[in-house]
Design a protein around this ligand. Structure first.
Ligand code: ASP
Length: 409
């Protein structure tokens, strides 16, 4: 009997949990297997996005169409992120996870995580402004953009060169398009090879995380963690299902079945970027062609962080509650605006959301040191919110495909 790949990856995940629990910190020995897998999928992200988005743009062949898809995508991401953070705020205000955390626990959390919190706060100082981010989308050196893996710049390059391919003479453009098609096939083949390694990679990554992770800290911060995870679950299943059902007339069950592999990879790597190649594969299973997914998903991995925004909403209220700071309606609205904006600035890499959380806290005057209180469960919550983030990107690609198809019929 042939076991399907997603079943193998799931078995890898379960084995990883068991190995982590049994061997504790010693499980770190197998981490290099996971790191190799992670490096392999990370390596392929830039060529994959560049080539498939160039081809996708060239096949759309129309700047207006591209502009329309861009606007719809950004609108979708903005609305869903706002809903996500509102759910986070609502739950945190009702459950009040920050009330009842005693002084002793608080002092201990500070003692253990203050140094790490300092690092995030320092990195906040280096964060560019919104205008800088916007201006920075245009690279001065295309090669440097690729080397740095600056995703917004790579997207810009691909859109630009894909578009100009439709503007030059067809007989000049065709050889290049053919070459790109061959390169695209080759790159996708690398993704397939990486996927074969996924069960082992996932097992090793999860074993190392579980082995290092103290369950006591999870118990200390249980109420807070449950609010975040519960909110993410509610949002991920509820809002995405509604969007898929209403906007894309797609059965959410079929969708979740198709994207399982990407979910597990996002969960075990805590990185939307690393999961990107697998996300592109998965949506193909439910009929989203590359010409849409190669635009929506890389853009989403970079600017759409609905899970992160929800997490930031809960965390900001949690920290405020611990410090006894009352957040009025104005404070809450500021959180919605800031978290929506800052999620655009968060890169799709592990713990990026912590730096942008510092931005949100600063804006509403909550002490930044409060971050030390939640760092103990950061890795676990990062795994969960990253999964939500990429599901949002993939759901958006289905919605966009549907609405574009409607337009052309
Ligand atoms: N790790 C998240 C992602 O890659 C970003 C975050 O830290 O919230 O989507």
């Amino acid at each position: 009997m042939k076991i399907k790949l997603h079943t193998k990856i799931l078995i890898g995940l379960i084995l990883g949990v068991i190995i982590g629990l049994v061997f504790g910190e010693k499980a770190k020995i197998i981490e290099p297997v996971g790191t190799i897998f992670l490096r392999l999928i990370t390596m392929i992200v830039v060529p994959l996005v560049l080539i498939s988005l160039m081809l996708g743009t060239a096949s759309l062949g129309d700047l207006r169409k591209l502009g329309r898809i861009g606007l719809k995508t950004v609108a979708y991401f903005t609305v869903t992120t706002t809903i996500a953070i509102s759910i986070g705020l609502f739950l945190a205000n009702v459950v009040k996870p920050g009330e009842g955390l005693n002084e002793q626990v608080k002092a201990q959390l500070y003692a253990n995580y203050q140094d790490k919190a300092e690092i995030s706060i320092q990195r906040l100082e280096e964060k560019p402004s919104a205008i800088d981010i916007l201006v920075g989308i245009v690279p001065t050196n295309p090669i440097k953009a690729l080397i740095d893996g600056n995703m917004l710049q790579v997207i810009f390059l691909a859109l630009l060169f894909g578009t100009v391919l439709t503007m030059i003479k067809k007989e000049r453009a065709d050889p290049l398009i053919k070459l790109l098609e061959s390169m695209n096939d080759a790159v996708i083949q690398v993704v397939h090879i990486a996927m074969k390694l996924a069960p082992f990679g996932v097992m090793a990554l999860i074993a190392a995380v579980i082995g290092q992770f103290g369950s006591e800290i999870l118990i200390t911060l249980l109420k807070y963690s449950l609010v975040v995870v519960g909110g993410l679950f509610l949002y991920t299943v509820g809002v995405n299902s509604l969007a898929l059902g209403i906007l894309a007339r797609t059965n959410p069950l079929l969708f979740f079945k198709a994207v399982k592999e990407a979910m597990i990879v996002a969960f075990s790597t805590s990185s939307s970027n690393a999961a990107l190649p697998i996300s592109l594969e998965c949506v193909e299973h439910i009929g989203v062609p590359r010409k849409y997914s190669s635009f929506v998903i890389p853009l989403g991995a970079t600017i759409n962080m609905d899970g992160t925004a929800l997490y930031q909403g809960v965390s900001a209220v949690f920290i405020a509650q611990i410090y006894g700071i009352h957040l009025g309606i104005g404070g809450q609205i500021t959180i919605v605006l800031m978290a929506t904006l800052s999620s655009v600035g968060a890169a799709g890499v592990p713990t990026a959301g912590i730096i942008t959380l510092a931005m949100v806290l600063k804006q509403i005057g909550i002490p930044l040191e409060g971050i030390a209180l939640i760092l103990g469960v950061e890795r676990f919550l990062d795994m969960c919110r990253t999964t939500t983030n990429i599901i949002g990107d993939m759901a958006c690609s289905v919605v966009i495909k549907k609405s574009e198809e409607k337009k052309s019929t």
